[in-house]
Design a protein around this ligand. Sequence first.
Ligand code: FE
Ligand code: FE
Length: 284
Amino acid sequence: MASQQPLKKLDEWEDDLLRRYPNPELPENAPSFRNYKETVPDRVREFYRLNHRNQSVEFGRRKREEYLGRSKATMSVWEALELLDTLVDDSDPDTELSQIQHCLQTAEAIRSDGHPRWFVLTGLIHDLGKILCLWNEPQWAVTGDTFPVGCAFSEKIVFAEFFKDNPDSQNPSYQSETGIYQPGIGLDNVMISWGHDEYLYQVVRDHLPLPAAAMIRYHSFYPWHQESAYQILMNDHDREMLRWVRAFQPYDLYSKSQSPPDVERLKPYYSELIDEFFPRVLAW
Ligand code: FE
Ligand code: FE
């Protein structure tokens, strides 16, 4: 399966996001700006090639059947965080943050800006869907920019040229602007490419306010929240949620450069926050 896992580590996709969307608040000589002019590593290119070739309507249906409605594991939110940390053990211990540290940094940045408790909690849990790796999903089915399937692939999606190898590109009913959907149908009625966003949304949706659910479900949908593609599919609810998803994005992408959080010190606060919204265990 080596060819299915081109990235050295799962977070190389986030590194590429930083190259494409450098922190606007950083001076131009800061590291994320320096990366901007570098070319995309072949590993990342190969990752997008596999992602765009394989994320089809048929694949999305199969994964939903496989994961939704029948759970594969039962565990608490904190247990899932700890599992993610061991599972996606892909960071360089000297220079990079572990998964749990990324989750805590995102949450801490949201907390220090005085946002509501559900928003802080959303920061903490937003990447828990990456435990899909536990069930040996290839990288391209866990992470990467997400996009709708069942309608034309937007030119605004990174490496859109790779969609020529997607079987849906040969299906005329999937290739008009709205494809199998009605204009204004609302994103919640659109099948988005499968990955950690959709999976986690399905696990936690009943326990969180709507803006939190949208932040989780669409945080990797960069073609929508940063490139303004797929407006034709949006309804009024999406227009309201877009504001929240955009508010979340800088915390996810730009909270990484700060000093690593002290997991043991923060655990009591976050355990209480988790208990406020979630039952003791969830079905994953
Ligand atoms: Fe994520
Ligand atoms: Fe993240």
